[in-house]
Write a protein that binds this ligand. Structure first.
Ligand code: ATP
Ligand code: MG
Length: 595
């Protein structure tokens, strides 16, 4: 199902999770909740003060890739709720999986959360956490489960475990090792920790119910043996907790009130709650424990939002890197010229729901347009230049073209931003498509004997053109009407239908502009039996040489502009040199994909 924001009809800024939070706050659910200034177990927190944060949320990325637009939804949700309800949102690196995680990812994730406008510091408190810092407590929790008869070490092979897990319609079978004594379980679990057993030979499982209709409750694995180097804890551990066991504990240690995750974790919630209850009973955690709430992840047409696929695009060099402006990574989107305000508008507009849906990419582009329309100053750029010579324009005493100032508003909606000077002279650059030797019906721009206004300048009358041997137009000729300069009295005495933009050839900056288009030509890359790589748009970028008004030579990295009649462009933050900016097209003025 493809849903537009209008149809979903969610008032901006309001959603079901807000409803839950408002109810919880009205019931004073967290009024006595303590916070000792740092994450920790029941005893640690009980010694603290009543938490001044009314709610605690967290954004818990696994540092195994770059953040993408889907993460932006989660960031605005979690940090946004904390901001709106006088709470705090933690940035937590969910790094319990030793493989695939690295500092490079940690750094870029923090940078992108900040870029979107959020922080995790609260006075002296720095709420940036690493799940791997909780390994000791997780281990202690696992021993506590064993001691209380809620966990056992299983010696079945992975295959046996899979077969005995049962199916959606058939109950599972108890493991023959399920009734090991507490002592035997403790001994084996400690031996696992001490490296006495081979990888995969034993696992620790929660002892719940092999007949549960919810497969996740059929004695899920909670610790496995994995001899792998961890980016934070090095070789300290050769056993690692499973995500489903680690995540609730991380939330509890951090006194999270609302643990918000995507819908695929809905079936894990009973285990989440089961574990909380067991650890409260064991005295390791204190009430009120966190609760998990699920929302629909963002699915966006024309992009892929799976880390695995993004990694493949980067590693196989289908794109230039993680920050390639065509990628839906936040690093790529930033380089493309997408803005935090645009993402904010987008997340408000699409809302938060409990039903999976696809969002049209054009909604995101519209949000960027709307924000840039307000924020970006106007400039002039000729993207496909041909020369226009004003044959009757005066020369100076040295036989060179004179030049004069014309005045262009920096922003039509913000007169307070004033006007800037652009130079007019005898030779100008105009768009190739603004001249037609034999005009088609309804063409009101330059054509032999026709008249147009040179925007912010004069009305000119076209007198003809020159062509090369192949018949391509190389130069257009015209004469100007000296009494028609924009902004002077009587300038509109001559009425014309067309109005074209231009740049003085003697006052132009020739720039490289990357004209980006969508990376995929299909709305659902890789749907059906197709390989998503086969859906790559072969023309997703073309670099052109354009003629820009001279002021743009001094544009700074990351500055955005509207190039009149063309769209929004940003100075590339990577490849631009001082005085030699390179531009990326962020988005066209109108949607070119809509039929
Ligand atoms: P993977 O692709 O490896 O499963 P992930 O996309 O789930 O990873 P995480 O680093 O685990 O990435 O995600 C961090 C947070 O971002 C999680 O809370 C997750 O729910 C949220 N998130 C990830 N993808 C989306 C999405 N498409 N829409 C909304 N939230 C998302
Ligand atoms: Mg994940």
């Amino acid at each position: 199902m493809i849903m537009s924001a209008e149809k979903e009809n969610i008032p901006s800024g309001s959603n079901f999770i807000r409803g839950i939070i408002e109810r919880d706050l009205a019931e004073n659910k967290f009024a006595s909740k303590k916070w000792a200034g740092s994450p920790g177990c029941a005893d640690h927190q009980k010694a603290g003060q009543v938490d001044t944060a009314k709610i605690r949320t967290r954004f818990p990325p696994e540092p195994n890739g770059y953040l993408h637009i889907g993460h932006a939804k989660s960031i605005f949700l979690n940090f946004g709720l904390a901001r709106d309800y006088e709470g705090i949102c933690h940035l937590r690196f969910d790094d319990t999986n030793p493989e695939k995680e690295s500092q490079e990812y940690v750094d870029s994730i923090s940078e992108m959360v900040s870029w979107l406008g959020f922080g995790w510091e609260n006075g002296k408190e720095n709420n940036l956490y690493y799940a791997s810092d909780y390994f000791d407590f997780m281990y202690q929790s696992a021993e506590a489960l064993i001691t209380h008869g809620h966990a056992y070490v299983d010696s079945q092979t992975a295959d046996e475990m899979r077969i005995n897990r049962g199916t959606l319609t058939e109950a599972g079978k108890d493991s023959p090792y399920r009734n090991r004594s507490v002592e035997e379980n403790l001994t084996l679990f400690r031996e696992m920790r001490d490296g006495k057993h081979a990888d995969g030979s034993l696992v620790l499982r929660a002892k719940i119910d092999m007949a549960s209709p919810n497969i996740n409750m059929r004695d899920p694995a909670i610790y496995r043996i994995r001899r792998a180097h961890h980016h934070n804890t090095g070789d300290t551990w050769c056993i690692y907790p499973m995500y489903t066991f680690a995540h609730p504990i991380e939330d509890a240690l951090e006194q999270i009130t609302h643990s918000i995750c995507t819908l695929e974790f809905e079936d894990q919630r009973p285990f989440y709650d089961w574990l909380m209850e067991r650890l409260v009973e064991a005295g390791l955690l204190c009430n009120p424990v966190p609760h998990q709430y699920e929302f629909a992840r963002l699915n966006l047409t024309y992009v892929v939002l799976s880390k695995r696929k993004l990694i493949q695009l980067v590693e196989e060099k289908h794109v230039s890197g993680w920050d390639d402006p065509r990628l839906p990574t936040l690093a790529g989107a930033r380089r493309r010229g997408y803005t935090p305000a645009g993402f904010k508008l987008f997340t408000d507009r699409i809302g938060v729901s409990k039903a999976d849906s696809w969002i049209e990419y054009t909604i995101l582009e519209d949000c960027m347009r709307e924000v840039l329309n307000i924020d970006a100053e106007r400039r002039i750029a000729v993207l496909d230049p041909i020369k226009l010579v004003i044959d009757n324009y005066p020369l100076d005493s040295n036989g060179k073209s004179q030049s004069e100032d014309c005045f262009a508003p920096n922003h039509p909606l913000k007169p307070e931003l004033g006007k800037r000077v652009i130079q007019l002279s005898k030779e100008l650059w105009i768009e190739r498509e603004d001249f037609m030797e034999v005009p088609s019906k309804g063409f009101f721009r330059l054509t032999p004997n026709g008249m147009v206004r040179m925007r912010y300048g004069y009305v000119v009358k076209c007198t003809g053109c020159e062509k090369d041997a192949q018949g391509n137009v190389t130069v257009v000729h015209c004469e100007y009407l000296p009494d028609t300069k924009s902004g002077t009295p009587g300038s509109d005495s001559v009425k014309v239908k067309g109005n074209i933009h231009w740049v003085s050839a003697a006052h132009a900056y020739e720039a490289d502009i990357r004209m980006y288009d969508r990376l995929f030509k299909e709305a659902n890359p890789g749907s059906g039996d197709r390989d998503f790589l086969d859906d790559i748009n072969p023309n997703s970028v073309t670099t052109i040489k354009a003629q820009l008004e001279l002021a743009l030579k001094e544009a700074k990295p990351a500055e955005s502009f509207q190039f009149e009649r063309h769209g929004y462009f940003v100075v590339d933050r990577k490849d631009s040199l001082a005085g030699k900016p390179v531009f990326n097209r962020t988005v066209t003025l109108r949607d070119a994909w809509q039929k």
